[in-house]
Design a protein around this ligand. Structure first.
Ligand code: HPA
Length: 294
């Protein structure tokens, strides 16, 4: 059996295995996984040899309730690299159990991706960030305050874990792969896309943050805030897929006196950065094989 599938708890293994088998016979395979966040789904237009299925047609998958999340799994080539793309994701605030929330990411892992680029729309906490900027996620602060992987694995620490692994993510010291994050920043410099590197705060949502929360997140040293990504990154790392995090800053985190932020505002900036994101990812993906994974 697939070594990744084998690590999952009995109940989840069947669910993930069924969806992965359904996709495998339809030709779904890839080296790199891509999760496209709010307003970023159009990156699919920059791909070649596209083959897509709606989440609604994949056994066990749920369709996202957020309108701008298309809800398709795409198998394609990006600059020659075979990729599997989640065009839209579910969010913790949609209230689904982790078995459904994390099913697409687990299935991508079981289809064999080695690296996953997890993107999101985020509010800028760092005062130097402006809407349209991109940020490589160096690390995250997960403010969901629960273990998204609870009950999803056979062993709480993973097969063969020893006491020294307690407190580590999947037995390694880093959540986001530091070499791949550096490689992403270098790719941005080479293709002329402005890029930051910083810490992502993941909030439960769905409301945007209060002034007090924004102050707290800044004091914690967070540079960007959103409502996704953290659970997927932890799952992927645990399954020995190297996560690369990429935030698209759609707005300055809201403070008193600033106009209300609508989801539509977030999506519109997402649309504006479409070209930047495409340039960056098409420059980054062919380098993935060369970067040393940790
Ligand atoms: N806060 C949380 N999530 C977001 C934001 C924000 O300001 N912008 C885009 N997603």
């Amino acid at each position: 059996m697939n070594a990744r599938l084998e690590q999952l708890s009995d109940a989840w293994r069947d669910q993930v295995g069924e969806a992965a088998a359904w996709l495998r016979v339809r030709g779904f395979a890839g080296r790199v996984g891509l999760v496209l966040g709010s307003g970023l789904g159009d990156f699919v237009d920059a791909l070649e040899d596209v083959h897509a299925v709606d989440y609604a047609d994949i056994p066990g998958f749920r369709t996202p309730s957020v309108a701008e999340h298309r809800g398709r799994l795409v198998c394609a080539r990006a600059a020659g690299v075979p990729v599997i793309v989640m065009q839209g994701r579910l969010h913790p605030y949609e209230g689904l159990p982790s078995t459904l929330l994390l099913l697409p990411a687990a299935v991508m892992a079981c289809l064999g991706v080695e690296v996953a680029v997890v993107t999101n729309a985020a509010g800028g906490l760092n005062r130097h960030y402006v809407p349209g900027d991109l940020m490589a996620i160096r690390d995250q602060v997960d403010l969901h305050f629960h273990d998204a992987l609870r009950g999803l694995f056979r062993s709480p620490l993973g097969g063969g874990a020893v006491a020294a692994d307690v407190g580590r993510v999947g037995g390694v010291p880093h959540l986001y792969d530091p070499d791949l994050a550096r490689c992403l920043v270098e790719a941005a410099a080479d293709c002329g896309v402005p890029m930051h590197a910083g810490t992502y705060a993941s909030m439960y949502g769905p409301a945007y943050e209060t002034k007090a929360e924004i102050g707290m997140l800044r004091r914690l040293g967070c540079d960007a805030v959103g409502m996704s990504t953290a659970p997927e990154a932890v799952l992927l790392r645990r399954l020995d897929v190297a996560p690369v995090g990429l935030s698209c800053i759609t707005n300055p985190a809201r403070e008193t006196g600033q106009p209300e932020l609508s989801h539509q505002d977030v999506v519109e900036v997402g649309n504006q950065v479409r070209d930047r994101l495409a340039r960056l990812l098409l420059a980054f993906l062919p380098r993935v094989g060369g970067a040393q994974r940790q």
